[in-house]
Design a binder for this molecule. Structure first.
Ligand SMILES: [Zn+2]
Length: 398
């Protein structure tokens, strides 16, 4: 049996007046997910443990079967794993965004956590320049993708910086940065680094982008996960545009498949991801395909874009996979990692809806795959990291 594990990041949402009281998932055209839901089972799953922040890092770690309460050290360390960085156990790894703020003072406002989804070709030279001018024995700037970069602090896990509470910048779009400026100010060395970075980014001869500051957050010690194959006895792969999913894949010894043109946005290379998934399944057992688009549209707060992102996920990922695997012994697990409601423009703790379709699943005969039908089923997985176990047991894979 082949196992398809499909994640539409941030797909869940709340009813919206502008959609006549529907959620974006309800408003989207999703005939393929609807059929898989009707002929399979649906339920809700608490991917984010209570007391933890509802981020994609925590939620996707749980979806892959690793308890975040035990293994999650921060967002930065997961992305460092994606880059294969050599780290020491006491290093502190920060995720570092290139952001736009009105000003870097307690009166400042976070304007844009992504600097207009800055292109990698523009962001990398900026981060390389920061490293050249400001990198030292303690701090290293490591360029990543688009607005997502890393800052490594040598032996930083032994300092109080490990406990600084900095808000993820996508959680405070158009909101004050006062609290975070206070947090940064508790570490004078980090504070100076941020101010010097601002001064370098202000040089219009080298930076014509919207980015005017770095934003270190999500810090922690290097990630250390058990092997996926040891845990499940399956040869698994991840396919995603985003580093954090790749990091979870590398850290657990899964195959990490890069797809050209996978952007994490509405215009991503859907066909490339589908082809890569099918190719892997010729040999492998389970493929985890992650689409970032719905989440980005949730952050942008534009309902019709999120509806479109979910519709495209159904039409351009789920549909071609169904067609290609028709008549074969296949199990499907389709979910999102967390909600990104349009009203909130950030993630929430709601338990996510999921579909499980395969042998051992008595048809639910629900009319559609929605937050509400998944809720009404009464099936609830309280610990997100047990969802995959549940799915493999139910479909007889384990
Ligand atoms: Zn998000």
């Amino acid at each position: 049996m082949k196992f398809l594990y499909l994640i539409a990041d941030g797909m869940g949402g709340w009813p919206l007046d502008e959609l006549g009281g529907k959620t974006t998932l309800e408003a989207a055209h999703t005939p393929n997910m609807d059929e898989l839901a009707a002929s399979g089972i649906v339920g809700r799953c608490q991917t984010v443990p209570h007391g933890m922040a509802p981020g994609s890092d925590v939620a996707n770690m749980a979806l892959l079967g690793f308890d975040p309460a035990r293994y999650h050290t921060g967002r930065g360390p997961i992305e460092a794993a994606a880059q294969g960085l050599q780290l020491d156990p006491d290093d502190l790894v920060w995720r570092m965004n290139l952001v736009r703020v009105t000003e870097l003072t307690i009166d400042g406002i976070m304007r844009d956590y992504s600097s207009g989804h800055i292109a990698t070709e523009l962001s990398r030279p900026l981060v390389e320049r920061l490293q050249e001018k400001l990198g030292n024995d303690t701090y290293s700037f490591v360029p990543g993708v688009q607005y997502r970069h890393l800052l490594v602090q040598k032996n930083g896990a032994l300092t109080e910086d490990a406990d600084l509470a900095v808000t993820p910048p996508h959680d405070i779009t158009d909101k004050p940065i006062k609290q975070d400026m206070r947090a940064f100010s508790r570490s004078p060395v980090l504070w100076d680094l941020i101010m010097e970075s601002r001064d370098l980014l202000a040089d219009r001869s080298v930076n014509a982008t919207r980015a005017n500051s770095i934003w270190p957050w999500g810090q922690g010690r290097p990630l250390n996960l058990p092997g996926f194959r040891d845990k499940y006895g399956l040869h698994g792969a991840v396919i995603s545009a985003v580093d954090l999913i790749k990091g979870l894949g590398f850290a657990s010894g899964m195959d990490v498949i890069d797809v050209d043109g996978a952007t994490g946005l509405l215009d991503t290379n859907y066909e490339g991801k589908v082809q890569a998934a099918l190719k892997f399944l010729e040999q492998g057992d389970m493929v985890f395909v992650h689409l970032e688009g719905p989440d980005e549209c949730g952050h942008s707060g534009i309902a019709k874009d999120k509806v479109e992102a979910i519709s495209r996920f159904d039409e351009r990922v789920v549909a071609p996979l169904r067609k290609a695997l028709e008549g074969q012994d296949v199990a499907w697990l389709i979910a999102c990692d967390h909600f990104t409601p349009i009203k909130e423009r950030t993630h929430t703790m709601d338990p996510v809806p999921f579909i499980l379709n395969g042998p051992g699943c008595t048809p639910s005969e629900v009319s559609a795959f929605t937050e509400a039908t998944a809720d009404a089923s009464g099936l609830r997985i309280e610990n997100g990291h047990e969802l995959l176990d549940f799915a493999l047991n139910r479909t007889g894979k384990k």
